[in-house]
Write a protein that binds this ligand. Structure first.
Ligand code: FAD
Length: 354
């Protein structure tokens, strides 16, 4: 993946990346997820980190991080969630407090961090002003560096511990971890966008990044659904019951028809959202729709392909068994389906006020 330049697809060429657009990135993510969704997971939060730097970073932050991120020399993680908070991001409890020497002291526990162990940099949301009202105006994104692979950081990065990887039902090719910040000292120049421009902007910055993150998860949904469709098309022509391939039974053919139609519709919604974003137009509604439909499609099409495999789908010898464990993540990460519906409903009403 490093040799192919996949860590720098959307990073500008000036910083050593490929400088490609979101639409091309979405097509790459679809193809990676068709092979193995975990592989796409390795680059996905890394991509969100680079988006944050490109859009909000200071020149110094871009020059320091982007060239190393473009080559994959360092990997990035993106951290909002906490043990008690996922959907309701404004409810985070982790704090950042300014010390006498101007550094910020970070404390708190983060949860479900993709690339949590192997990353060298984590874009982490902290409460920098606990009294802010509304709460999101008192949140800041800190760019925290760490030693890749170290469970206990020391020296400049002391105060950041990574507990053992979370054991998961699927998505096993990329690690998910907690992060424990306990007196971690972050210099003020590592506030995303710089202290003056970035303090109190973290929530807005990270919600902006989630919009492209949603296109990214939608593309994953298309990729896994495409693979499940391919497996079902093959198996249904090989497996015979009642004297003919099961693909010749109308009930199976109708299932295949619905699966193929949903995959195509999910792909079109995803590409539309990506193209709008690339054109600099509003894409919040479209990204929410693409994420909702494509992630649910991923799960449903995998489920149908699993059923078509009969008993063999339950065996680890068949690829569909892995897809069946990987797909449910899609309807959770980057905002659950319920949260997408909240976003879509709100945006629809905003755009159609009477
Ligand atoms: C494998 C994996 C990797 C992840 N990677 C990352 C990562 O890299 N960085 C990161 O920050 N997070 C990550 N997450 C966390 C993920 O973003 C959250 O799990 C997700 O946002 C849901 O939050 P929650 O788990 O706290 O569920 P909750 O917010 O507790 O929600 C529980 C249920 O209630 C529903 N619900 C919540 N609020 C409402 C409402 N207002 N109306 C209706 N229904 C509602 C939800 O849809 C859900 O069904 C990851 C999660 C997993 C499983």
């Amino acid at each position: 993946m490093k040799e192919l330049g996949l860590f720098g697809v959307t990073i500008p060429e000036d910083y050593g990346g490929m400088g490609l657009d979101l639409t091309t990135y979405a097509m790459i993510v679809e193809e990676l997820s068709r092979g193995w969704i975990s592989i796409s997971g390795v680059v996905n939060t890394h991509f969100i980190g680079s988006y944050l730097l490109i859009k909000f970073g200071t020149d110094e932050q871009k020059e320091y991080f982007l060239p190393k991120m473009a080559t994959g020399e360092i990997r990035a993680a993106f951290s909002l969630s906490e043990p008690e908070v996922g959907s309701d991001v404004q409810g985070i409890k982790s704090t950042a407090k300014r010390a006498d020497d101007g550094h910020w002291e970070l404390n708190g526990q983060k949860m479900w961090v993709t690339n949590g162990l192997l990353s060298a940099v984590v874009f982490v949301l902290m409460k920098s002003d606990p009294k802010a009202d509304p709460p999101y105006t008192g949140m800041t994104c800190f760019i925290t560096e760490k030693e890749p692979g170290a469970t206990e950081n020391s020296g400049d990065f002391a105060g950041l511990t990574i507990p053992p990887k979370i054991k998961k039902m699927g998505y096993k090719g990329v690690e998910s971890t907690e992060l424990v910040y306990d007196g971690y000292r972050c210099p003020p120049e590592r506030i995303l966008g710089g202290e003056e421009a970035g303090l109190g902007q973290g929530f807005r910055q990270m919600m902006d990044a989630l919009e492209v993150g949603r296109v990214n998860v939608a593309a994953r949904g298309v990729g896994i659904a495409q693979r499940a469709l391919e497996l079902a098309l093959r198996y249904s022509q090989e497996r015979k019951t009642f004297g003919r391939p099961i693909a010749q039974h109308q009930a199976i053919q109708f299932k295949l028809a619905d699966m193929g139609t949903k995959v195509e519709a999910a792909r079109l919604l995803t590409i539309k959202a990506a193209r709008l974003k690339d054109a600099g137009e509003r894409s919040d509604l479209e990204a929410g729709m693409a994420k909702l439909f494509a992630s649910e499609t991923g799960k449903e099409v995998v489920d149908d392909a699993f059923r078509i495999h009969g008993g063999y789908g339950y065996s680890k010898e068949y690829e569909i068994e892995r897809l069946y464990r990987d797909a449910p993540l899609l309807v959770i990460g980057e905002g659950t389906s319920e949260i997408q519906r909240m976003v879509i409903g709100k945006k629809l009403l905003e755009r159609n006020k009477i």
